[in-house]
Design a protein around this ligand. Sequence first.
Ligand code: GRF
Length: 216
Amino acid sequence: MKKIAVLISGRGSNMLGLAKRCREERWPARIVAVISNRPGAAGLEAAAGLGLHAEAIDHAAFAERAEFDEALARRLEELQVDWIVLAGFMRVLGEAFVNRFAGRIVNIHPSLLPSFPGLHTHRRALEAGVRLHGATVHLVTASLDLGPIVAQAAVPVLDGDDPDRLADRVLAAEHRLYPMALRWLVEDRIVVEGQRCRLRDPREGEAQWFVADPSA
Ligand code: GRF
């Protein structure tokens, strides 16, 4: 049984989705901890409500970024986690941290990377006039939002969308995408070749993307 830690900073809807799927489908992995860098994160209480171990490591209590990274790394080593799952975790993790857990950190980003790394992706997608937006699950490397892409969901941009409406539809796609991609990773079904990830089984080649139903 693989051990997962989910790192959050806010409401934690992706974390909750993962937690429910882990239970329902008898996953080969379990969430051993939900950790937030913000003590007030709503997701912490929600995680505890599901019976998960939830704790905060407050980044504001550390003078240097590297000290926070070190405290977090130690805790994750203590917990002996196999996978570190970033789900709305709003801190950039330094190179030393990423190298310490190389190949075992995964993130979900609300855009079709490499378009729109960073913040405010929905507003920027609308401003850029793209007709397809979406979400990406990727492995984490030292460059922000640029690790190998595990899976993507495309979400059509509709006339009349504003950033909130678009964000809601992207989030619904994220809730489908993240459990699917994480399961492949913990089951060791993903092969990483440079920037590309593919499923080991060639018959599953097209499973790594989907287009969300605009009316959903
Ligand atoms: C999601 O859109 C995720 O892609 C981004 O932050 C948001 C987190 O939402 N990194 P939640 O906390 O999982 O509800």
